[in-house]
Design a protein around this ligand. Structure first.
Ligand SMILES: *Cc1c(COP(=O)(O)O)cnc(C)c1O
Length: 362
């Protein structure tokens, strides 16, 4: 079989070594006689898996001691409601949440938050088709906002923050890092909340990671579902109700794999190399086009268009024949998209670049 490279935006490629280990341990985890799927979440076997996963994630991101790591469910989208429900208890529906609108995902967050509080779009890149991050000097922030929400990597539009914003006074920054968490070092202490669905860069769909500063916990609105109240989740080591055990196990294997790769600083170097290789091929002439301003181009999600869109089907068919899978762009923006997460080896990007050159007749 030729090498298969999977460019899906999510659920996405996982490291081969992780899948092989999971397969080897599928029927009998470490001599327990059980599959991880069959274990009680309160038994010593799973507790050890859970604690190792949490410890390794903390180590990889250098999470300070005054932050809780929560493994939740509901995906990135549910956090758009879970976050206001957890953060507005002291302020109520008159509170204002500031947003920076940089693409499809922050737009969805704005829509959902509007059900719980007033929303102020402090800056938006909508008018230019989401091809840049509005510089902080242009942001119209609310002085006493409940929090400032940003999406640091827009998975559909391919726009990534290249700076850490400064908050206004005590306003915590909430960051949706679903599609680039663990792809580069991050200074967790600059944020109040970091969250992400697992299925892009962490593991299988079904796990949602939230990293929450201690002092933001315990302020939930009265109608926040108990199972989504950070206080309950934190006090019960993410086991207030049954957590997505198998997903946490796979995420834990991915964390171990990342540590073996040299951690997130080493991943960042590789991700920069991969992205540079791919963007250079797209920029070589006008056969392909990526519309994002160079300094905000995502290292993880690379949307692009063929100059002649009537060739889209032929491009995708040729790619598939070469083992280059799931390159079709998101339906809302069309075109193509190559997602090159941590688990995509540089050989996969090189194979895509070879094909881009061949298809363009270079
Ligand atoms: C995928 C994604 C989401 C939504 O995740 P779900 O798990 O489908 O709810 C939210 N934000 C970003 C940036 C994403 O990439």
């Amino acid at each position: 079989m030729t090498n298969i490279y999977n460019f899906s935006a999510g659920p996405a490629v996982l490291p081969k070594e992780v899948l092989a280990q999971a397969a080897a341990e599928m029927l009998d985890w470490h001599g327990s006689g059980m599959s991880v799927m069959e274990m009680s979440h309160r038994g010593p076997e799973f507790i050890s898996i859970y604690r190792a996963a949490e410890r390794d994630l903390r180590e990889l991101l250098a999470v300070p001691d005054n932050y809780r790591v929560l493994f939740m469910q509901g995906g990135g989208l549910s956090q758009n409601a879970v976050i206001p429900m957890n953060m507005l208890g002291h302020q109520g529906p008159d509170a204002t949440i500031d947003f920076i609108q940089t693409g499809s995902w922050s737009s969805k967050s704005i829509q959902e938050a509007g059900r719980y509080a007033k929303v102020n779009v402090a800056a938006s890149a909508k008018a230019d088709g989401f091809t840049h991050v509005p510089p902080q000097s242009e942001w119209q922030l609310t002085p006493d906002a409940a929090y400032l929400h940003i999406c640091t990597n827009e998975t559909i539009d391919g726009v990534e923050f290249n700076f850490v914003p400064t908050a206004q006074g005590e306003t915590p920054i909430v960051a949706d890092m679903s599609s680039h968490i663990l792809s580069r070092p991050v200074d967790v202490s600059k944020y109040g909340v970091i969250f992400g669905g697992a299925q892009k860069n962490i593991g299988p769909a079904g796990v949602t990671v939230a990293i929450v500063r201690d002092d933001l916990i315990g302020k939930a609105l009265p109608f926040c579902p108990s199972a989504f109240d950070w206080k309950n989740v934190a006090e019960n080591e993410s086991m207030y109700n049954t957590p997505p055990t198998y997903g946490i196990y796979i995420a834990g294997l991915v964390f171990q794999w990342l540590k073996k790769q040299g951690g997130v600083a080493a991943m960042e170097q590789r991700n920069m190399e991969k992205a540079a290789l791919l963007y250079a091929a797209l920029d070589a002439d006008d056969f392909y086009q990526n519309r994002v301003a160079k300094e905000y181009r995502s290292r993880m999600n690379v949307p692009f268009y063929l100059r002649d869109e009537s060739q889209n089907e032929a491009f995708l068919a040729g790619a598939k024949a070469r083992g280059l899978l799931q390159l079709k762009g998101h339906k809302s923006v069309g075109g193509m998209r190559a997602s090159i997460y941590n688990a995509m080896p540089i050989e996969g990007v090189q194979a895509l670049v070879d094909y881009l050159n061949e298809f363009a007749g270079r």
